[in-house]
Design a protein around this ligand. Structure first.
Ligand SMILES: C[S@@+](CC[C@H](N)C(=O)[O-])C[C@H]1O[C@@H](n2cnc3c(N)ncnc32)[C@H](O)[C@@H]1O
Length: 214
């Protein structure tokens, strides 16, 4: 079984359907806007974005994930990425910004920043503070044919650790993770970015732009 460096089972990401993410991203952008997708996985969001007319460059550090992506791909750590070009939008989804490793977050945001065109937008999916307050063991649901259940939720300061268990086709996988509750303005300012707007009413998606950008 292939598992990424951050513990994502590749088979699970091949079975999980998109759940509205491509439409949120598409709705925030001009038709045909170019997108740099950071942490694309197996292309769950990439493929619908391409179908919606966006040229996407999809980045992941898992070759096993990228083998399934039908778009232009780059196998790299996000923080080390330097493609020497900019995009209309940089997509940082899947709550990657909530990493507990502050240096990784800074490096990811710096990479996003250097790939943003003058009027480009960074599109982020994050866990807002309200999620940290409300999330608990036993929560989950069905996503396509994949059952998802959270367990072993432990809070310690601004960190939250948990295990997510996936089940499908008579098999199961589990992934442990730790994430950090963030003060958004501080995080964006330190990356030379400014908040732009919320994309969803639950404030799990937002856009940011380069400070001084259009
Ligand atoms: C939770 S999965 C989500 C995949 C995809 N965004 C989706 O929604 O289906 C996170 C992906 O990000 C990748 N990833 C995490 N941290 C990364 C990093 N620092 N550099 C490159 N890829 C990373 C993992 O390999 C994995 O494929």
């Amino acid at each position: 079984m292939e598992v990424t460096a951050d513990g994502c089972p590749v088979e699970v990401y091949l079975l999980l359907p998109a759940a509205g993410e491509p439409e949120i991203v598409h709705g925030a952008l001009a038709p045909g806007a170019s997108i740099l997708e950071l942490g694309c996985g197996a292309g769950r969001v990439t493929h619908p974005l391409v179908a919606l007319g966006h040229p996407v460059v999809a980045v992941d550090d898992s070759a096993a994930m990228l083998a399934h992506v039908r778009a232009s791909t780059v196998c790299a750590r996000i923080g080390e990425l330097d493609l020497g070009r900019t995009f209309n939008a940089v997509l940082l989804g899947s709550h990657l910004i909530n990493t507990a490793v502050d240096g990784d977050r800074s490096a990811m945001l710096a990479a996003a920043r250097r790939h943003l065109g003058p009027s480009g937008r960074l599109i982020v999916e994050w866990h807002p503070p309200s999620w940290f307050d409300s999330v608990g063991s036993g929560q989950g649901g069905a996503f396509g044919e994949v059952g998802v259940v959270l367990s072993d939720v432990v809070r310690e300061g601004d960190l939250l650790s948990a295990t997510v268990r996936y089940s499908a086709r008579g098999r199961s996988w589990s992934q442990e993770f730790t994430c950090r509750c963030l003060e958004l303005e501080t995080v964006l300012t330190s990356a030379d970015l400014v908040f732009d707007r919320w994309l969803t009413a639950d404030r799990t998606w937002f856009t940011a732009r380069a400070r001084g950008g259009g």
